[in-house]
Design a binder for this molecule. Structure first.
Ligand SMILES: [Zn+2]
Length: 150
């Protein structure tokens, strides 16, 4: 394990806690959630608010859809270099019911995922340079502690 400092690849997009959260914004007037954060004007056509509250979004959700990314995705979905195919999941956040795309942790393939599966947010190294390990968020299937107890 590297002893270099671990820094977010995108400043202010997620917390660096042990149980990390994505950081979004919530419209003060209509309550619409945004990730990435929206802070200029509300995209809700029925709302004219310019006031937003910074919120930690739910760190769990359910798989809505998933795919194998066999090409370099556009920003902000930063991929490691050199590019290797990976799995992307669109997860519906538990509370906000919004869809957040993210890379799925290493070792989990499309064949391991099912729509409706519980996922949680984790931070994982994306790349490393001379001064730091860069972290990004990934989705990881929730391992139930009650395994075999069904
Ligand atoms: Zn609004």
């Amino acid at each position: 394990m590297s002893t270099k400092p671990r820094v977010p690849v995108l400043e202010g997009w997620f917390t660096l806690e042990e149980k990390p959260h994505l950081i979004g914004t919530k419209c003060a007037k209509c309550g619409t959630y945004y990730f990435p954060r929206q802070s200029l004007f509300c995209k809700n056509p029925a709302c004219d608010s310019e006031q937003f509250e910074e919120v930690k979004l739910s760190r769990t959700g359910k798989v809505w859809s998933f795919t194998n990314a066999c090409y370099q995705p556009p920003e902000p979905y930063i991929a490691a270099e050199p590019f290797v195919p990976f799995t992307i999941a669109a997860v519906e956040l538990a509370q906000e019911k919004m869809i957040v795309l993210g890379q799925v942790v290493e070792g989990v393939n499309v064949s391991d995922l099912k729509a409706g599966m519980e996922m949680e947010l984790v931070l994982a190294p994306l790349s490393e340079d001379d001064s730091a390990v860069k972290l990004t968020w990934k989705w990881q299937p929730v391992v139930t502690t009650a395994r075999g107890a069904q």
